[in-house]
Design a protein around this ligand. Structure first.
Ligand SMILES: Nc1ncnc2c1ncn2[C@@H]1O[C@H](COP(=O)(O)OP(=O)(O)OP(=O)(O)O)[C@@H](O)[C@H]1O
Ligand SMILES: [Mg+2]
Length: 259
């Protein structure tokens, strides 16, 4: 178990969080924190508990025990909508986009611009803003009026990321945002995260399976193994080889018996 020390800049702190699904102990006694202007990399094998932890931090699941402090105050996130209203934005591994709506409306989901006093959607303005935010990320989408269902997996991921980063969030949770992306597009997202970090207000948790990308872009790395955080260290003191050897140690075959 890793213990964390108080830091007034912490946006989120999880203390002694546990979560069980029937016979599966998905998380046990998790302590985690991330501060303003910090990117925390969360790594671990399939089934280690990464998405479960993100889903607790975003109000999708309730923990069985432990507590969460958001900006220093103990908080119970009642739902994803509640957490979002506090400034917690999430790009889920299983993306929450609406396939039969166009790109620009997906980018404004639940934040549609309307003409007052009549509730007409300001479509032209939403299209312009959508184009601008996608251009800023540098992701190539054929048209903001295209239905999301017609786009490639990587393009859909880019839209989910664009939506969350342009939302004035305080905490951004990204569950494998690079999984379906090519090297060029993935690099653009990583550069975007780096720019957001330089601005210094946002706390980011990034789940990714590419350890060298995590060590490059994140300030600190947490390794989850079988529902426990077994490693918590600044990236500058972390090597990819060490992470790989920790993870692979679990799967090392016993030496041959010789008979
Ligand atoms: N809703 C659920 N009901 C039952 N079991 C679940 C549920 N969600 C997760 N689990 C189990 O909890 C464990 C952790 O799953 P989780 O999705 O958090 O892993 P992960 O680290 O995100 O893996 P991956 O890298 O494959 O995305 C797994 O054994 C999984 O089967
Ligand atoms: Mg996952």
């Amino acid at each position: 178990m890793t213990q964390t020390t108080e830091n007034p800049d912490d946006v989120i702190r999880a203390e002694h969080i546990s979560k069980r699904f029937g016979p599966v102990q998905a998380l046990r006694d998790i302590n985690l924190r991330v501060a303003r202007g910090e990117i925390l990399g969360l790594i671990g094998d399939n089934g280690a508990g990464k998405s479960t932890l993100i889903k607790i931090l975003t109000g999708f699941h309730q923990p069985d025990s432990g507590r969460l402090l958001f900006e220093g105050n103990e908080t119970r996130f009642k739902s994803v909508v509640h957490a979002r209203s506090l400034g917690i934005e999430t790009v889920f591994q299983d993306l929450a986009l609406v396939p039969d709506l166009p790109v620009y409306l997906n980018l404004h989901l639940n934040k549609e611009l309307v003409h007052r006093p009549l509730p007409f959607l300001r479509r032209a303005e939403m299209k312009r803003r959508a184009r601008e935010s996608l251009d800023r990320i540098g992701i190539n989408i054929p048209s903001v009026t295209a239905e999301v269902g017609s786009l490639s997996g990587g393009q859909r991921q880019a839209i989910a990321v664009a939506r969350s980063v342009h939302s004035d969030a305080k905490l951004l949770l990204l569950d494998e945002p690079l999984a379906a992306m090519g090297a060029k597009e993935g690099g653009q997202i990583l550069r975007l995260l780096d720019r957001l970090k330089q601005q210094g207000d946002l706390a980011i948790i990034l789940i990714a399976h590419n350890y060298s990308q995590v060590v490059d872009v994140c300030d600190r790395v947490n390794l989850l193994q079988h529902g426990e955080i077994t490693f918590d260290r600044p990236s500058k003191d972390t090597s990819v080889e060490e992470l790989l050897s920790l993870v692979h140690a679990e799967y090392r075959l016993p030496p041959a018996s010789g008979d």
